[in-house]
Design a protein around this ligand. Structure first.
Ligand SMILES: C[S@@+](CC[C@H](N)C(=O)[O-])C[C@H]1O[C@@H](n2cnc3c(N)ncnc32)[C@H](O)[C@@H]1O
Length: 251
């Protein structure tokens, strides 16, 4: 997959691109991330200005249409056209199904805003897929673009090893439930025992317990995700069923 990031602050990405899963994916040629500075398309050759005061008054500065539109068009033209995503709090909210949809593209262009945001004509001309990473306002689209890259690349075949497969994660799988509780060594810590079923060696029982826990946790914490035919009574029953209570010796 090729990801083009269009930003006024390409330097923000260097640490992130050079670490961990993303670095390995880049080194192995599974992902290519190219950074483009919108300022290079400024019509102001002296100060490289890309923003100006809003018509009608009001605080702050607005990203001007010409450098942004021309930057996007020039970058699009460098390869097979990709899906253009504008990071904006006014977009549809990013969810795992949207991440899955984005991961199916061979090429993504991520347009990062700054200041008070984009001149409206940028949206009108480019017709981007407008996406928000949540109902809060960031200073710029760069962190939002990193969130999107991070979530998308996990789904590219070969990026995660089998042992880190993404298909069992929260919001994934057929029911899109939250993940089940995980345990590792030691078997007992401060009085909290690992549930016996996980030590039983009975794979079917483990699978059943995990699915039960996923449904219970989801009903308890994110009932909005339960959309696969559970009746409200079933839902209440799941919420009321306690998880593994800690042993009496507690702390
Ligand atoms: C300070 S924000 C502009 C906020 C805008 N005035 C508003 O209230 O909708 C500057 C830039 O940060 C990015 N940004 C801020 N919050 C975001 C969010 N929740 N999701 C995606 N991008 C965001 C966008 O690219 C935006 O253009």
């Amino acid at each position: 997959m090729r990801i083009d990031v269009l930003t006024l602050f390409p330097e923000i990405f260097s640490g992130y691109l050079g670490q961990s899963v993303l670095k390995k994916a880049i080194d192995r040629g599974l992902v290519q991330v190219l950074l483009h500075n919108i300022r290079d398309w400024s019509h102001d050759k002296k100060h490289h200005k890309v923003d100006d005061r809003p018509f009608g008054g009001g605080p702050g500065m607005v990203l001007m249409a010409p450098p942004v539109v021309e930057c996007v068009e020039a970058v699009q033209a460098q390869a097979e056209p990709g899906r253009l995503v504008m990071l904006t709090p006014q977009g549809r909210r990013l969810t795992q199904p949207i991440v899955e949809e984005l991961a199916r593209h061979q090429r993504l262009l991520l347009l990062c805003g700054r200041y008070e945001g984009f001149d409206e004509r940028i949206r009108l001309i480019l017709k981007p897929d407008e996406i928000s990473i949540g109902d809060y306002v960031l200073n710029g689209g760069e962190v939002a673009a990193m969130v999107m890259i991070d979530a998308v690349i996990r789904l590219i075949p070969g990026v995660l090893g089998d042992e880190e497969s993404s298909c069992l994660d929260s919001f994934s799988g057929p029911e899109r439930l939250l993940d089940y509780p995980q345990y590792t060594r030691p078997r007992c810590y401060r009085g909290y025992e690992v549930p016996a079923v996980l030590l039983s060696g009975n794979h079917q029982a483990v699978r059943r317990w995990r699915l039960q826990e996923q449904r219970r946790l989801t009903a308890q914490r994110r009932a909005d995700l339960l959309q696969h035919g559970l009746s409200s009574e079933q839902c209440e029953h799941i919420v009321e069923t306690p998880a593994d209570p800690p042993s009496a010796s507690g702390q």
